[in-house]
Design a protein around this ligand. Sequence first.
Ligand SMILES: NC(=O)c1ccc[n+]([C@@H]2O[C@H](COP(=O)([O-])OP(=O)(O)OC[C@H]3O[C@@H](n4cnc5c(N)ncnc54)[C@H](O)[C@@H]3O)[C@@H](O)[C@H]2O)c1
Length: 333
Amino acid sequence: MVILVTGGCGYIGSQLIRDLAVEPRFQGITIRILDSMMRERYVSLMDLPSEGSYEFHEGDIRKDEDLKKAFQDVEQVIDLAGITNAPVSFERKDLTVDVNVTGGRKVLSHAVKSEVDRFIYSSTASVYGPTIGLVDETSPCKPISPYGETKLQAEKQCIEASKTSGLYVTSLRLGTVFGWSIGMRFDTVVDRFAYLACAGMPLSVWESAQREKRPYLHIRDSTMALIFALERNDMKGEVYNVVGENASIDRITSVIAKEVFDLKIVVTPSPNLNQVSYELDGSKIAGLGFKPQHTLEQGVWEIVDKFRVLLNNRTRRTFQPNVPSIAPELREA
Ligand SMILES: NC(=O)c1ccc[n+]([C@@H]2O[C@H](COP(=O)([O-])OP(=O)(O)OC[C@H]3O[C@@H](n4cnc5c(N)ncnc54)[C@H](O)[C@@H]3O)[C@@H](O)[C@H]2O)c1
């Protein structure tokens, strides 16, 4: 069997290709990675677990000839490739549409032609846009960034393909991912704040955003959710929210402050922003038995641990696996 992971060298992909390889039930399968290397994460292909059987295709999801080769004998697909940075998506809107929507459509059509038996799409909580309160899968979607818009369009293409062609598609709307993987991103909030803290730089926080909640998900819980969806038989044509914790910026900085001494936070007065506080409701996938296993504390600790030497004696080393949540409101600014 061949599992195709598009965007397999990215932040989530680089962890997923490792987690798939060490799962006993996936022993003997070929993990085929298709990535254009636009984010140049060559490191993601280094020191792969010896249990895995891997193939790497450097290629572009917008090119039929690359997809044709990548889809040879594929039975299952986890589709992660895309332009993923929301601010960049404003500057490079055409590219974002081209990759996320047009490229996404091509991946789908090759999946239909190849009659794959599973297609798992990595959607995002950003599809909801400015909203308030508890958000479930039936809540209206009004994305504000080209990133969110294109992810919603691509998700709709997936669900439509499931109806028209019978393709078994599941879409997971992931919260913002945090925690360590070899293909790290540092452009999302928890990872960026943890890095800045380790580098001794101040965290800049908008006053209006301090207590606003957003959904977060540990990297290993994101890969476990993708594998969970791959193995089920009852998630066809459906979308699912996936969240570990709905947390405020205050909560995130308090967790970082537990690990790093002398954390500097600069609170910046900000205009009343469009985006308001919301929490993702993960009960639909929880009802099928999926339960996130990792906390914010763990994700922050993993990153701080990687910068241990740089931190010298500015770390507290407080995290212990399975500790209860740390109380919020520890802010040093
Ligand atoms: N990281 C998060 O917080 C988060 C949250 C919700 C959803 N997601 C979704 O999960 C998926 C993976 O996210 P990530 O954080 O790993 O992103 P990432 O940017 O780290 O990885 C994306 C990968 O896609 C590759 N890629 C880009 N354009 C390509 C193309 N035209 N052809 C082939 N490969 C291409 C890049 O080289 C990169 O390795 C994305 O679809 C993203 O929208 C991520």
